[in-house]
Design a protein around this ligand. Structure first.
Ligand code: AMP
Ligand code: ZN
Ligand code: FE
Ligand code: FE
Length: 291
C-alpha cells in the first residue's frame, strides 16, 4: 500500500516522525510520504527511522503548502498543494516555507488572543507547549480548547470556534498557488493538489481554476481523500484522465487529531512510478531491507 499524505509532530500530527514510520509499517504500508504543513522539519528523523527498519519500506519526502488562488470567477480560495521530492535547500522555496511558518505563528496568536478576550480559557503558552517544535496549526488550538474542557474533541472545535466562518477565524498569508507550483518545480519537485473538493471545509476551486493550476505545472490531483464524495471522486478521475495528470489517493493522517487511519486511501504503484520520473530534487529513502 502507498499513502502519499501524512502528518507528524513536525506540524499538526500527533505521531513523531519515528512513530509515524513505525505506525506506517504496522498499518501495512510499503511507501509513505511525510507531508507536514509548510516544513521539511520531519524529514531527518523520519529518514533515520527508515534506515533502522528491518523490513522493506520507502519514504517519500514531501510537504503540504498553504496556498491561495483567484480563479476566473475572481473569488480567492485557500487550498493545499502537496510538493514531493523537492530539494529542501532550494533557496526560493526554503524562504517561502519560512514565510508561511511565520504567518502561521502570527495568525495562531491572533486567534488565541481573540478567544481569550472573549473569556475562553486558552493561552499562547499552552498552545506553544502543544505545538512544541512543530509548525503550529488550528488542530493545536483545538487540542488546547479540549484540554481546557471548552470542547469534547478537536472535531467539535473545528465545527464551531475554529471553523473558517467563525468570528475568531483569522487568515494566514498563504502562497499564490501558481508561484508555489513554480518554486517546487524549480526545486526539482512535483506538485499534487490536496483534497481539492473537500467542500465541507469551505469554498473550493471550480474546474476552470483547476485548469489554470494545471497550466502552471500542477502534476496531479489527490482524487481519493476522506473528505471527497464518490461523485466528486468520479469527476476528478475524469479530469485526471482528460488532462493526463497523476491521480493519487491518500489518508491525510494526523494521528489522534483526526479519525482517519494510515492507508485509508491509497495510490497505485504505477502513479508513484510516474511521480518519481517527474522529480529530481531528492531521491526517496529506502530501508536497508528495501532496494
Ligand atoms: P490550519 O492549517 O491551521 O488552517 O488548520 C487546518 C488543518 O486542520 C488542516 O491540516 C486540516 O487537515 C485540519 N483539520 C481540518 N478539519 C479538522 C477537524 N475537524 N479535526 C481536526 N483537524 C482538522
Ligand atoms: Zn494538518
Ligand atoms: Fe490539507
Ligand atoms: Fe494534510
Amino acid at each position: 500500500m502507498i499513502d502519499l499524505h501524512c502528518h507528524s509532530t513536525a506540524s499538526d500530527g500527533t505521531d513523531t516522525p519515528t512513530e509515524l514510520v513505525a505506525n506506517a509499517v504496522a498499518a501495512g504500508l510499503r511507501v509513505m510520504a511525510i507531508t507536514d504543513h509548510d516544513t521539511t522539519g520531519g524529514w531527518t528523523e523520519a529518514t533515520e527511522a527508515v534506515h533502522a527498519l528491518p523490513t522493506a519500506f520507502t519514504l517519500v519526502p514531501g510537504a503540504e503548502f498553504s496556498c491561495t488562488h483567484t480563479g476566473p470567477d475572481r473569488r480567492p480560495i485557500t487550498l493545499h498543494i502537496l510538493g514531493y521530492l523537492f530539494d529542501p535547500d532550494a533557496p526560493g522555496l526554503r524562504a517561502e516555507r519560512a514565510r508561511l511558518r511565520r504567518s502561521r505563528l502570527d495568525r495562531a496568536a491572533e486567534i488565541v488572543e481573540a478567544l481569550a478576550a472573549d473569556g475562553y480559557p486558552i493561552s499562547w503558552s499552552q498552545v506553544a507547549d502543544l505545538a512544541g517544535d512543530g509548525v503550529v496549526g488550528r488542530p493545536h488550538l483545538g487540542q488546547a480548547l479540549q484540554q481546557s474542557g471548552v470542547v469534547a474533541s478537536v472535531d467539535e472545535a473545528f465545527a464551531d470556534l475554529l471553523s473558517d466562518t467563525s468570528r475568531y477565524y483569522r487568515p494566514k498569508a498563504d502562497s499564490p498557488a501558481v508561484d508555489l507550483i513554480g518554486l517546487v518545480g524549480q526545486a526539482g519537485g512535483a506538485t499534487v493538489i490536496a483534497h481539492p473538493w473537500a467542500r465541507r471545509r469551505g469554498s473550493v476551486l471550480a474546474e476552470p481554476a483547476l485548469a489554470e493550476l494545471v497550466a502552471a505545472g500542477l502534476a496531479g490531483i489527490e482524487v481519493d481523500h476522506v473528505d471527497h464524495t464518490l461523485a466528486d471522486r468520479a469527476r476528478l478521475r475524469e479530469l485526471v484522465a482528460e488532462w493526463q495528470l497523476l491521480g493519487t489517493g491518500s489518508s491525510d493522517y494526523h494521528g489522534t487529531h483526526k479519525a482517519v487511519r494510515l492507508g485509508a486511501e491509497t495510490t497505485s504503484a504505477d502513479t508513484l512510478d510516474r511521480l518519481l520520473t517527474l522529480t529530481s530534487g531528492v531521491v526517496p529513502v529506502h530501508s536497508p531491507g528495501g532496494q
